[in-house]
Design a protein. Structure first.
Lengths: 253, 109
């Protein structure tokens, strides 16, 4: 293998887990594979690994049940919160804005819900399937692009649709790092979110589809409950024991 | 029951014994079958067999010919030996009377 090609092979091998990368690169050197063949071998292994991940329910759940619909709904909530804020604090109003009778209490309630929904959704996406996180992020970006193209509220900045992004990123970061969430903390979050949603609902200030956003918070309760039963090494997937990655990777990480 | 490639891998690992690791198993399979064995097929099958408890793997020593990289060593478990034996017996039983089997080994019965 040429000196020019080998760094390319090493770069491609970064897509593999550290121990697997070590073994595979060693095997390629020992077999004296050509650079082209080595690259094909590595990409073939990476593709097989990714394909195997999608045999489990977690990537589908994280990407298509949480990331994609949550992004769509949270963008609408972001616009609604911005519009209410503009109406109450700056006395600006347009007939097309998704705001009406909400006062300061409902604004605060919606703002808290937006932060909590975003963080909990991000946490679920980050923890449910770490190795396919890039797909979940891509699906979120797709939902953002779709909303930006089809959904524009006059006199409001396009950035008003993205209030959810920062807490969602923080949630993903926590979930990705497996930051421990206590059962008490998860329960408090889920109950608070549910109570505030009921409050908003009784004041006709909650879109019926937004009830879907309560699910990640309760998922966290189920996951924290299971984590407590199984100890710190237990899976964050509360429904079954399907593996997230290879047995070797799980054993060594 | 094992798949064909799973059986080949377990048999190659059992034959290589203490020297069973990724590259050696791959070489053994390619030499025996005269077919190319991809790295993807090899390592995903090793993972699958390890998950089933038929193999055990660990990171072994590194050698200069591997650029100082460690080997992923493989050992067949007793459950793996049993599974391979069952596969072999099934192939032998089903092959009885088949013309190609008789040509190779004579009358198997």
């Amino acid at each position: 293998m040429t000196r020019i090609a080998w760094p390319l092979v090493e770069l491609a091998s970064k897509l593999l887990e550290p121990d697997e990368r070590e073994a595979v690169l060693g095997d390629l050197l020992e077999a004296k594979e050509s650079a082209g063949q080595a690259l094909l071998d590595i990409f073939g292994l990476v593709l097989r690994r990714q394909a195997l991940l999608w045999k489990n329910p977690q990537p589908w759940f994280a990407g298509f049940s949480v990331a994609l619909p949550s992004t769509y709904l949270l963008m609408h909530v972001s616009v609604s919160v911005t519009a209410t804020y503009e109406r109450l604090f700056h006395h600006r109003f347009c007939a097309s804005w998704p705001t009406g009778h909400e006062g300061f209490v409902l604004l605060f309630c919606h703002f808290f819900l937006l932060m909590a929904w975003s963080w909990a959704g991000g946490y679920v996406v980050g923890s449910a399937s770490r190795r396919t996180l890039w797909v979940s992020v891509a699906l979120s970006a797709l939902a953002c692009a779709f909303c930006l193209v089809t959904f524009h509220v006059e006199a409001l900045s396009r950035f008003s649709s993205f209030l959810f992004v920062l807490p969602a990123i923080l949630g993903v970061r926590h979930g990705f790092r497996s930051a421990h969430l206590s059962l008490a903390g998860a329960s408090l979050l889920a109950v608070t979110v549910t109570v505030l949603m009921i409050f908003a609902w009784t004041h006709q200030a909650l879109w019926v589809l937004n009830w879907a956003l309560v699910l990640p918070a309760w998922y966290l309760v189920a996951a924290a409950r299971r984590s407590r039963q199984e100890g710190p090494t237990g899976s964050w997937w509360p429904f079954d024991h399907a593996p997230l990655s290879s047995a070797f990777a799980r054993k060594n990480h | 029951m094992l798949g064909e490639f799973e059986y080949l891998l377990i048999t190659a690992a059992a034959t290589l014994a203490d020297n069973a690791y990724g590259a050696a198993i791959r070489e053994e399979i390619e030499a025996t079958t005269h077919r190319r064995c991809s790295m993807g097929a090899l390592y995903t099958t090793i993972d699958r067999l390890e998950t089933k408890g038929l193999l055990k793997t660990w990171m072994g020593d590194s050698t200069p010919q591997r650029g100082g990289r460690a080997k992923r060593m493989v050992r067949v478990t007793s459950k793996g030996v049993q599974a391979a034996k069952e596969f072999y017996d099934a192939v032998m039983r089903v092959s009885r009377g088949a013309s190609w089997a008789e040509e190779q080994t004579g009358n198997l019965s």
